[in-house]
Structure formats: C-alpha cells, structure tokens
Ligand binder design. Structure first.
Ligand SMILES: [Zn+2]
Ligand SMILES: [Zn+2]
Length: 367
C-alpha cells in the first residue's frame, strides 16, 4: 500500500474561503481504514473554525459529519471490508478504559493515545503537514479513520442523509436519551434549531415529550422545528424570552437544551426551567466561554445543569437504532437536508448556513 493523492477543501487562514486543491493521504495504519467520502454535512462547528472563533492548526481540512465507502483496510482490521458503507464516529475511544467500559466512550480517558499516529495523515504535495479537524478532516474525497470509528451504515440509509448520524443526529438525539433522559409526558424547550437543535426536537418527540418549545432567531428554522415535532415556538429575539417560554409552559419546562454554543443561551436554558428541571448544554461555545448560574437556582430550586458531548453517544449501538427509526418514518432525515452542493461550491454552502435558512447543507463529494 502507498499514500494516495486526492482532492480536498483546505483552510489556509481563518476568515478566508476554503480552497479546493490536491492533498496526499497517508497509507492506512494497521488499525485504520481508508474511506472514500460520499457525503459530508456542514456543521456549525466547522463555521467556527472558518471564522476563527475556534482555533485549529493551519493548514487544515475541516469537516467531520461524514458517510462513505471503505476503500482499503489496514492489516489488523477484521470487522470491515472494502465496499462497506460507514458513518464516521467523532469519539476517539479506546474501548478498554473505565469510561469506555461503563458505556461512556465520549469521555474516554485514553483518547489522546488513540489519536496518535506515527506520520501525519494528510500532507500537501510539497510535504507540508495538514491538520485534520476532529481527526477526521472530512472535506476530502478520501479520509483515514480508526476501525472502531467507522460505524457500519445500514443498507437502506443513503449516505446523503447517513452522514447526519455522525454529528447532528448523534449529538441532538443522543443528548435527549443518553444525556438528559427525557421522560414521556415531560415538557422540553430547545434553544437553537439548526442541525443539532432540530435533532433535539426530534429526540424529544421520540421520547414522548408532551410539550416541545422551539426557540430560535430565524422564522424559517422555527417553521422547520414545527415540522420535526415542536408544539410551540418562541422568537429568540423577543425582549423577554424567559417570560415567553413561561407563557407557553407555566412555571417553566422540565428539560431545556442549549444548542447554540454561547454563555448567554446556556444561562437562558437554566432560567426557563421549572424547579427540579435539567438544562443540558450541547452547543460548542468558543474557548474561554463561561456560564453564570444563580447559586439559589441550584440549591433552592434544585435545578441541574449537565453537559452532553456528542450526545454522549455509543455509535455502534445508536446508528442501527437511528436507521430503524428512519425506516419507520419516525426519525426525519431527508427533510433535514435543505441544500446539497458539490465540493467546488463548498463556500456557497457555508453562505447558506450563515443566512440561517438551512437545517443542514450537505456536500456531495462524488459531484
Ligand atoms: Zn458537528
Ligand atoms: Zn476509553
């Protein structure tokens, strides 16, 4: 085996558009597979790196919401074969530490070791190393993935929507079930209704929540949230969002989800809870962000604030379940893809996202 030359969208400087160009992908390590990427979703966290609100080593290949087809396997790979369709898990887990063993691979204590590689996965044709976002670097026609991070995608889930399982669905639906543990009949509010928030709304519906209040600045996204299962909407620009949520659910909600990624919205998630409620922080906030919570909200009102990273997902168990829900028409995935762009037009895709209209923009890497 040898390295291969492929094509990728490169971030050379924060604030600049991505540039499509040549990339050299290393040969798979024994425990890795080379995946030919079919589809990759544009996530808000990618936009953070494009804008520079989150930092990444440069040059870099962003993109992490990926589905594709295994092209080559490393010498020690036993569970996957060329031709297998996979969705990529972003959780670099070892499968053997205490957290992994207790079903919490998103906080694996050996993730650093698992990430290590003897050579850069990506280089420019002149040999310059290229960083990969989340160890994936999905805006490339070929990527390298550890075997346990390449999760088989059931045959009836097209890669166009299957990629969503890798980030926004895993994060949103996972936060409802693995994170907050929403109960049937409960009341839920979702702050931020982009890709992740839409998946939270769907998760709340699947969990049997009786009231699901969607909060967002965009009327388009609020309309979409209603189609995913929200029962009421609140304009995020209202002068008193807390009062507006309380007007819909007197006393406040039992479960709130923050899917924006800012301190202010995390604080709002706590404020709209009823006593005893649980706020789950899901959005990726710029580094250095802090969340201020009135102490008496915790000790008098017994509110709980928790985080859920990547939906606290266990991808090998979750993906087949999501596929069954999709097949039954209970998990809406086709509806979440609002735009499809070829790799050459990836920057237009980020523009769609900036304008707040799209639930998800997906790049067709075969186009
Ligand atoms: Zn993402
Ligand atoms: Zn582990």
């Amino acid at each position: 085996m040898a390295s291969i030359r492929t094509e990728a969208a490169l971030l050379r400087a924060a604030g600049e558009p991505l540039a499509v160009g040549a990339l050299v992908v290393d040969e798979p390590e024994p425990h890795e597979v080379l995946v030919s990427v079919s589809h990759v979703g544009l996530c808000h966290s990618d936009l953070h790196y494009v804008r520079g609100t989150l930092e990444v080593e440069l040059p870099a290949v962003l993109g992490h919401e990926v589905a594709g087809v295994v092209e080559r396997t490393g010498a020690d790979v036993s569970g996957l074969r060329p031709g297998d369709r996979v969705v990529v898990s972003l959780v670099p887990s070892c499968g053997r530490c205490g957290y992994c063993e207790s079903g919490r691979p998103t906080i694996c204590s050996r993730s650093g070791e698992v990430r290590r590689r003897p050579r850069p996965a990506y280089t420019l044709p002149d040999g310059t190393p290229v960083a990969r976002l989340a160890d994936v670097g999905g805006f490339s026609r070929h990527i390298l993935v550890r075997e346990n991070a390449a999760v088989p995608l059931p045959g009836d889930v097209p890669t166009l929507v299957g990629c969503l399982l890798g980030c926004c669905v895993a994060t949103g639906v996972g936060a409802v079930f693995h994170g907050a543990g929403v109960r049937p009949g409960s009341s839920v509010a979702v702050i931020g209704c982009g890709g992740v928030g839409s998946a939270v709304v769907q998760g709340a519906r699947l969990a049997g929540a009786s009231e699901i209040v969607a909060v967002d600045l965009s009327a388009d996204r609020l309309r979409a949230a209603m189609s995913y299962g929200a029962t009421a909407t609140v304009d995020g620009a209202a002068p008193d969002v807390r009062a507006a949520v309380h007007a819909v659910v007197p006393g406040g909600v039992e479960f709130s989800f923050e899917a924006v990624g800012s301190g202010r919205t995390a604080e709002l998630a706590v404020a709209i809870l009823r006593p005893g409620g649980t706020a789950t922080v899901v959005g990726i906030a710029p580094s250095g962000t802090t969340v201020a919570v009135p102490a008496d909200a915790l000790f008098v009102e017994e509110k709980r604030v928790i985080g859920s990273y990547m939906g606290s997902s266990r991808m090998h168990a979750d993906v087949p379940e999501y596929a069954r829900l999709y097949r039954r028409g209970a998990l809406l995935l086709d509806e979440m893809v609002s735009e499809v762009v070829p790799l050459a037009e990836i920057n237009d895709g980020f523009d769609f996202m900036r304008h707040g209209k799209a639930t998800r923009v997906v790049v067709d890497m075969g186009a």
